[in-house]
Design a protein around this ligand. Structure first.
Ligand code: LP5
Ligand code: MN
Length: 240
């Protein structure tokens, strides 16, 4: 049956080669049977700019996606909070299309909203002000003009700071805000919602203005791989 697959939060990096191997096996044996593969953010542990395709690990991931696309599966990539600097250079190398966040698609007759999920965590004020800054085109142009090694060093520093900050945040602060989810569902005509980011895989039901909306949260790829398979009959989460 015609179907599409959804993944997020793989956090691929040279330091965890098993995850990259798992992703390659998944791409070429499982995703290649699907009509489309949607990567909803944080494919990489972090992305310092498309010139980082000189890293053999990153080039290998792009080649895998390009091969998947050549075998007939459409590949879509959405930015996550770790890899929002992915640009057209990566998209070209991976034969992928960059998807805006949010994107509303018709998934076998069911309107489905795709997001990374970070903007749903509206209680995380320090993160959201950081996000607003680094999503400014002028800030990005200035950052990308710096040497790659300096950018990577700054990102490593930021990663450490983020881990410290997260220890001071509550679980609720770092999870989605239910009112924000309801507002997004209302604004988009009560679709199904699929997102990642929180690493809390689940199926939730939101009843908004008497409309029942399904919300799927994708799993991360730390201990194992996982994907959501959707066809005209519905969606099923699968661990690998
Ligand atoms: O990623 P995760 O899930 O662990 O945590 C996120 C939020 N953290 C981040 C930071 C990323 O992990 C770091 C990698 C980003 C690479 C981007 C490349 C280009 C930018 C380079 C800038 C130097 O996204 C975390 C959330 C959590 O999700 C849950 O939703 O809480 O947010 C934070 O921890 C952010 C802090 O609260 C605020 C950090 C401010 C630090 C400012 C340092 C100065 C940087 C200069 C930039 C203007
Ligand atoms: Mn994320």
């Amino acid at each position: 049956m015609t179907h599409s697959l959804f993944i997020a939060d793989l956090h691929l990096c040279p330091e965890r080669p098993q995850a990259t191997q798992l992703f390659e096996d998944f791409a070429l044996h499982t995703a290649s049977q699907a009509e489309a593969l949607y990567i909803l953010g944080d494919l990489f542990e972090y992305w310092a700019g498309d010139d980082d395709l000189t890293d053999p690990h990153h080039a290998r991931v792009a080649r895998t996606l390009a091969e998947l696309s050549q075998r007939g599966t459409a590949v879509f990539v959405m930015h996550g909070n770790r890899d929002f600097l992915i640009g057209e250079g990566f998209a070209r190398a991976a034969h992928a299309r960059l998807l805006p966040d949010p994107s509303l698609i018709d998934l076998y007759g069911t309107p489905t909203l795709l997001m990374h999920g970070d903007t749903l965590c509206s209680g995380d004020a320090t993160y959201l002000s950081f996000r607003a800054k680094v999503r400014e085109p002028a800030w990005q142009a200035k950052f990308l003009a710096r040497p790659l090694a300096a950018r990577k060093a700054e990102i490593e520093q930021l990663r450490r700071q983020s881990e410290i900050d997260k220890q001071m945040k509550s679980t609720e602060e770092m999870d989605v805000n239910p009112d924000t989810v309801d507002a997004i569902l209302r604004a988009h005509g009560y679709p199904r919602l699929i997102h990642g980011h929180t690493h809390r895989p689940a199926r939730h039901l939101h009843t908004v203005n008497s409309h029942d909306c399904e919300r799927w949260v994708l799993d991360s790829w730390y201990d194992h791989g996982s994907y959501l398979r959707c066809d005209a009959a519905g969606c099923t989460p699968i661990q690998i």
